[in-house]
Design a protein around this ligand. Structure first.
Ligand code: GLG
Length: 815
């Protein structure tokens, strides 16, 4: 956008006056933020309108996702509009601190973790690539909970992110649609078979649109977030209509509950009815709007799949399959076969995890009661699918039962998604291979052409340009500004990897961020950390498979060594943790308490000369990650191999020059292939080794406990009063390893991890060598750009004719 500093200042001051009726000097940071965001909203509105007009003709992609973990938007809008430098300069002249203003923005946390953040990255990439791709999600009244620590324990506080309003949303009440729950359906044969749906609960889905601005182009796409609202219920309660009145209140509460909270866990099944309601609400509302838009564009329904691609992000929106069938058949009078081929041609599905608890299933009775017409359709899909299977595997009932959509009283959403879509993809080569060969091997045999891999990618714009502007500028000076459009231009850094002058500039930037982070940590936790120590960061959801305990056990071991030998030659290290535990996941919550207790013990111990420090930062979210990325030397990516489908934190850290210590899992493997074995530190069991152990029913952790003194010491310290806290407080962790089989193979990988940590320190001591590793990581990060991934989705899956020609990327190799 073209606007000079003086003009911007004029418009900004004008906005301040109109909004607040007082001079700039008297406004608070919050008020200044309001004025800035309101001005940005004005700028975007006009561009949005023009972009919509231009997009009317082309094929549109709709990315349906139950989560969009957006993070703060203002700075991203400024970057994408090309206004960031102008605005920074204008504020500097006005004596206003832009960074402080930007901190006033709420961080919209409408997602749990990787899956939701990936969805947000892809919106950014689609707009940057000028692809007409839009998000469809839910406008949760309360986002992902805020995490507080009280005595080292996690307390969940509701995230009231809408309390002061969300300036970037545009309510479109005229485009509200009706969603029906419950009731009865009766077949009627009147020439054609029809279903009469009665006595249902009717809910209004009201869209709130959030603009998604493309980077330095004129594309503005839409993220549509649906909010559940009751129909008008305005009657006066009186003594005579008390019952009606109570019913009305109940109805209103029921409806509002649908979009009131984001489930703080993407893998458990609590609140099942409400969860299923959310899924249907999202899919039905989105599909109704998509078909209405098609009608507005005068496109006949028979051409649906030429003009629309619907992508389902994991199985949460898999009801799109039967719902699209319902709309085509019931509302538009289409026959089954035609509706089915259009549905399959329109929908595509990404699987994000093989964790069994996340592969959704619904009990038939619950499903049928809530969605009676959809159930009839799913039943028919299942019958027809089983007939097809019978043709292929006549008489093989076990095989057919294993693949059926409905079996043993449950509806399997992944099976529905695979049968009802034309493309199924995993999110890293290893993950796709595991899907094809193990978890979904029956389906892969049956539909070999549906399966494909799309290795995840993330946006350099948020996680490098926004998070680390100094590094972004250095990269621009070194390889040319074009790297922003073509992240693979970062390969041009390779000749500088061993150049001391370049390395020193990179080191100075990292050092600056480390001191800034150290000051913030001191402020937030009271713990003083040394900016010259190794910053070793482990941030992500707290989960058994992500193995925060492995990291903690190594820290305990290091501490034990230091206690035994205080003079030990050790490069000072600061271990930084961050992450939330699902409120109902007791062991994960206890892990937080355990690490906080360990931190307390170590940080207070004066005898170890500050050689190690441990901090667990509260309320890990996108904004906190952006502060950690530029200050991190070592990134911990240590899941049990095969469990982390891809991971995306790994990509965000390498683009900032952190070096990964990690297992051979998901995206780590592809990062290793890109950066080369010498520029990443890998260790531990491979995925195949892990899967073989699981197939054998596990292993005996006592062998390791008894055979490795280091492991025994550390585990005993959980239960012998070594840590602050109650005597048996950490026993469940101890038991999970020794009495419940160490399911995530922490003890099994412990020795390899300790060795890998030693190797890491050895390499860090050679400063030049370490910096060259760091440069090589940045150089190869272009391959992990979401722009690359989305170009692949656009070409291979959605068969999209983009507005602009598809650009060429160094692509991640297909499996
Ligand atoms: C999942 C997986 C991650 C993956 C992410 C995005 O567990 O490994 O990187 O989706 O594909 N639930 C998740 O976060």
């Amino acid at each position: 956008m073209n606007i000079d500093k003086e003009e911007f200042q004029r418009q900004y001051l004008d906005k301040v006056a109109k909004l607040h009726g007082k001079p700039l000097e008297e406004t608070s940071d919050g008020e200044r933020y309001q004025a800035l965001s309101s001005l940005i909203r004005d700028y975007i509105g006009q561009r949005w309108l023009l972009s919509r007009r231009r997009q009317r003709q082309g094929k549109q992609v709709y990315y349906l996702s139950i989560e969009f973990l957006l993070g703060r938007l203002t700075d991203m809008y400024l970057i994408n509009l090309g206004l960031r430098d102008t605005v920074a300069a204008a504020f500097f002249d006005l004596g206003v601190d832009l960074a402080a203003i930007l901190e006033s923005e709420e961080d919209p946390g409408l997602g749990n973790g990787g899956l939701g953040r990936l969805a947000a990255c892809y919106l950014d990439s689609m707009a940057a690539e000028s692809l007409p791709g839009h998000g469809c999600g839910l406008r949760y009244r309360y986002g992902f909970f805020e995490q507080d620590f009280v005595n080292g324990r996690q307390i969940e506080v509701p995230d009231d992110w809408l309390k002061t309003g969300f300036i970037y949303e545009f309510r479109r009440s005229d485009e509200a649609v009706e969603i029906r729950f419950g009731g009865t359906v009766t077949p009627e044969l009147n020439g054609k078979l029809r279903y009469r749906h009665e006595n249902y609960e009717s809910v209004l889905a009201v869209p709130y649109d959030v603009p998604v601005v493309g980077h330095l182009n004129d594309t503005v796409n839409t993220l549509r977030l649906w909010s559940a609202e009751p129909h008008r219920t305005d009657f006066v309660c009186s003594a005579t209509n008390r019952n009606d009145c109570l019913k009305t209140i109940e109805y209103k509460n029921d409806v509002e509950a649908i979009t009131s909270v984001l489930y703080p866990d993407d893998s458990t099944r609590d609140g099942r009815v409400l969860r299923l309601k959310q899924h249907y609400f999202l899919t039905s509302a989105s599909l109704q709007a998509i078909l209405a838009d098609l009608a507005r564009r005068d496109i006949p329904l028979t051409r649906l799949s030429d003009h629309v691609a619907v992508h389902i992000n994991d199985t949460h929106p898999a009801l799109a399959v039967p719902e699209l069938m319902r709309l085509l058949i019931d509302e538009h009078g289409m026959g089954w076969d035609e509706a089915w081929s259009l549905t399959v041609a329109t929908i595509s599905y990404t699987n994000h995890t093989i964790m069994p608890e996340a592969l959704e299933t619904w009990p038939v009775d619950l499903f049928q009661a809530l969605l009676p017409r959809i159930f009839v359709i799913v039943n028919e899909i299942n019958e027809r699918f089983c007939r097809e299977l019978w043709q292929r595997y006549p008489g093989d009932w076990d095989h057919i039962r294993a693949m059926a959509v409905i079996a043993d009283g449950t509806i399997r959403m992944a099976h529905l998604a695979i049968a009802g879509s034309h493309s199924v993809n995993g999110v890293a080569q290893l993950h796709t291979r595991i899907l094809k060969e193990r978890v979904m091997s029956d389906f892969h045999q049956f539909y070999p052409d549906k399966f494909n891999n799309k290795t995840n990618g993330v946006t350099h714009r948020r996680f490098l340009i926004k998070a680390n502007p100094q590094l972004a500028a250095l990269l621009g000076e070194t390889v040319g500004e074009q790297w922003v459009q073509y992240p693979c231009d970062l390969l041009g850094l390779l000749p500088h990897a061993a150049d001391p002058a370049f390395q020193d500039k990179l080191a100075a930037i990292r050092r600056w961020h480390k001191s800034k982070l150290a000051a913030q940590i001191l402020d937030a936790t009271g713990v003083r950390i040394d900016p010259d120590s190794i910053f070793d960061t482990h941030v992500k959801r707290i989960h058994g498979y992500k193995r925060q305990t492995l990291n903690a056990f190594h820290i305990m071991h290091l501490y034990n060594r230091l206690k035994a030998d205080p003079g030990m030659d050790l490069t000072p290290r600061t271990f930084i943790f961050g992450g939330k535990a699902a409120p109902a996941y007791r062991l994960a919550k206890l892990t937080i308490r355990f690490i906080n207790a360990l931190a307390d013990k170590i940080n207070r111990d004066k005898t170890i000369n500050d050689k190690i420090k441990v901090v667990f930062l509260e309320n890990y979210n996108v904004s906190l990650l952006e502060k950690l990325l530029p200050a991190t030397d070592v990134s911990e990516q240590i899941p049990t191999a095969s469990r982390e489908a891809c991971g995306t934190g790994n990509m965000k850290f390498i683009m900032n020059g952190s070096v990964i210590i990690g297992t051979l899992d998901g995206g780590n493997i592809e990062i290793r292939n890109a950066v080369g074995e010498d520029n990443i530190i890998t260790f531990g069991l491979t995925a195949d080794e892990v899967l073989n152990i699981y197939e054998r029913g596990g292993y005996n952790p006592w062998d390791i406990y008894c055979g490795d003194e280091r492991v025994k010491t550390v585990l005993d310290q959980l239960v012998n009063g070594f840590l602050p806290g109650g005597p048996d407080e950490y026993r469940p962790i101890f038991d999970s390893f020794l009495h419940h089989g160490d399911h995530f193979l922490v003890l099994k990988d412990f020795a390899a991890y300790v060795d890998a940590q030693k190797e890491l320190e050895r390499r860090y001591r050679d400063r030049r060598h370490w910096l060259s590793m760091s440069v090589r990581n940045i150089a190869h990060s272009g391959k992990f750009s979401g722009d690359r991934t989305f170009t692949e989705y656009a070409v291979d899956i959605w068969r999209l004719r983009p507005e602009a020609p598809v650009r060429c990327y160094c692509s991640a190799d297909e499996d």
